[in-house]
Write a protein that binds this ligand. Structure first.
Ligand SMILES: Nc1nc2c(ncn2[C@@H]2O[C@H](COP(=O)(O)OP(=O)(O)OP(=O)(O)O)[C@@H](O)[C@H]2O)c(=O)[nH]1
Ligand SMILES: [Mg+2]
Length: 269
């Protein structure tokens, strides 16, 4: 899983985003509350290094709330603007619109000097596949204009949508980066359902999940996995005939949050 992995449409998206950069005032970077660092696309940082950024911690309903608060404190400590949102329900979306307007107003001082309040805001949504960009876009425009489903790689084009007369948002295809430096990053991306399933070994992913749950969520680990902290241990106890299929089923259950609110990474780990 640390090997080369980068579908052509992602390279194309990066190229198109670089071309469109001049039309973009602000990057709204979606990250997953369950794995906020692993779900940041560092690969796009170089494209947007000189643009204002707002981090949106999405899918907070699926993460453990105590850990989510630790992450918010950590990002704020680093001077980053971060908002907790639930794109599916629309929670926190209005605050993001306001913060985006204020951030762009600060960067377009000329408008402010002229006393103009309704400055044009052109924001782009950025994030790994399946993180909730199109769901959030639909919330922004209050209509189901973009297709959003629990499946990575759905959006394939960069498209502008109008939020109001002075606010436009660009929906973009989900992007990963060419190589995962740490295998754990890949396991987390798989557990977020952000990568095609043929790319990863399901048994390595479940091994990672079981050890994380045993360490951080002993109650759920006992309830669902008999406190096993490795896949081998679990297989020895349960003796499934088809271990690959069982691993895939556990990953699917995790996608559907059947094991409760589980975070996958912690600050200063
Ligand atoms: N539980 C929960 N699910 C969410 C949230 N936001 C989005 N989703 C779900 O996540 C799935 C993916 O959403 P999309 O909006 O299609 O994701 P995307 O980032 O546009 O995906 P690509 O177009 O593949 O890059 C959908 O099933 C959404 O309903 C959230 O805050 N909480
Ligand atoms: Mg999409």
């Amino acid at each position: 899983m640390t090997g080369e992995w980068f579908p052509g449409h992602m390279a194309k998206t990066k190229r198109l985003l670089t071309e469109k950069k001049r039309e973009i005032d602000l990057a709204l970077i979606l990250i997953d509350a369950r794995a906020p660092i692993s779900s940041i696309n560092q690969y796009l940082n170089e494209v947007f290094n000189d643009k204002p950024k707002i981090y949106l911690l999405n899918k907070c309903d699926l993460a453990d709330p105590v850990t989510t608060q630790l992450w918010i404190n950590e990002f704020e400590k680093q001077g980053k603007q971060i908002f907790k949102i639930n794109a599916k329900k629309g929670t926190g979306v209005r605050s993001v619109v306001k913060a985006a307007e204020e951030t762009v107003l600060k960067s377009k001082k000329r408008y402010a000097q002229l006393g103009l309040k309704n400055i044009p805001v052109r924001a782009t949504l950025l994030g790994i596949p399946n993180i909730g960009k199109s769901t959030l876009l639909n919330r922004f425009v209050r209509k189901n204009v973009a297709i959003a489903q629990n499946k990575p790689g759905l959006t394939r084009n960069l498209l502008w949508y109008k939020v109001n007369d002075h606010f436009k948002i660009l929906d973009t295809p989900g992007m990963l980066w060419p190589k995962f430096d740490e295998p754990e990053t890949g396991y987390k991306i798989a557990l977020l359902n952000s990568i095609a399933n043929y790319v990863y070994d399901p048994e390595k992913v479940t091994d990672f999940l079981l050890s994380t749950m045993a360490e951080h969520y002993p109650e759920q680990s006992l309830k669902y996995f008999n406190s096993c902290n490795s896949w081998i241990d679990f297989l020895q106890q349960t003796k499934f005939e088809d271990s690959t299929n069982k691993a895939q089923e556990i990953i699917r259950n995790f996608w559907e949050s059947k094991y409760g609110s589980i975070s996958l990474e912690w600050p200063n780990e």
